[in-house]
Design a protein around this ligand. Structure first.
Ligand SMILES: C[S@@+](CC[C@H](N)C(=O)[O-])C[C@H]1O[C@@H](n2cnc3c(N)ncnc32)[C@H](O)[C@@H]1O
Length: 192
């Protein structure tokens, strides 16, 4: 058994994967400051963390990658830019192994790549499946918090455990509500 990881780092490809670009645009347009952000999927570009630093660190970001190369790029980045390290942290791991007890509360959570890597091998070791990941982060949302999904993700279409079905189930069971659609992103909140 082996942890699911990405051998190749993901470059910024706005045509097919504009989620990070739209997310930083949203943060800037809404002038959001002082927010704690969980960001699922850094890419090798680390756009969310780097943009935050370049804008004077208005928010704090905890991000996750399952790619060793992307994590190495993060390490090089903060070694050269230690001021950025105060506001941008990147964990290496599979999101399906996150522990509720080890996570703080967040104001904004991106789950852009939900279900992209779920398969039988991951199911063998995973602590959480896709629906449990959504539940976990809903339970970790601060009042007024938001969860961001990316319906163009390939995890959004597939078998019955895909992200689209999971999101629709949470919405129809009134466990989550749609706040708005913003560019390519679907923004949800708790229903109360
Ligand atoms: C397709 S890339 C997109 C990166 C970036 N969000 C963008 O839009 O350019 C997917 C990212 O999510 C991360 N990722 C995908 N599945 C993951 C998982 N199960 N656990 C942790 N990270 C994962 C990958 O390591 C990678 O950083």
């Amino acid at each position: 058994m082996e942890l699911c990881t990405f051998k190749k780092a993901w470059p910024l490809t706005v045509d097919c994967c504009p989620c990070d670009v739209h997310f930083i645009q949203y943060l800037e347009e809404r002038n959001l400051v002082g927010k704690s952000i969980f960001h699922f999927g850094t890419g090798e570009h680390h756009l969310v963390g780097k943009n935050n630093y370049e804008r004077g660190n208005p928010n704090e970001v905890l991000a996750l990658t399952a790619c060793r190369e992307e994590h190495d790029i993060y390490i090089d980045y903060i070694v050269r830019n230690p001021l950025a390290a105060n506001y941008y942290k990147v964990l290496f791991g599979d999101i399906h192994t996150l522990s509720p007890r080890l996570l703080p509360a967040f104001d904004l959570v991106t789950l852009f790549h939900l279900c992209e890597t779920w398969d039988e091998q991951v199911a063998e070791y995973a602590r959480l499946d896709g629906a449990e990941i959504v539940s976990l982060f809903l339970s970790k949302l601060n009042p007024g918090g938001r969860i961001f999904f990316f319906p163009q993700s390939h995890g959004y279409s597939g078998d019955n455990t895909d992200a689209g079905d999971i999101v629709r189930n949470f919405l129809s069971n009134n466990e989550m509500a749609v706040e708005e659609e913003y560019e390519s992103l679907l923004i949800c909140r708790t229903p109360f």
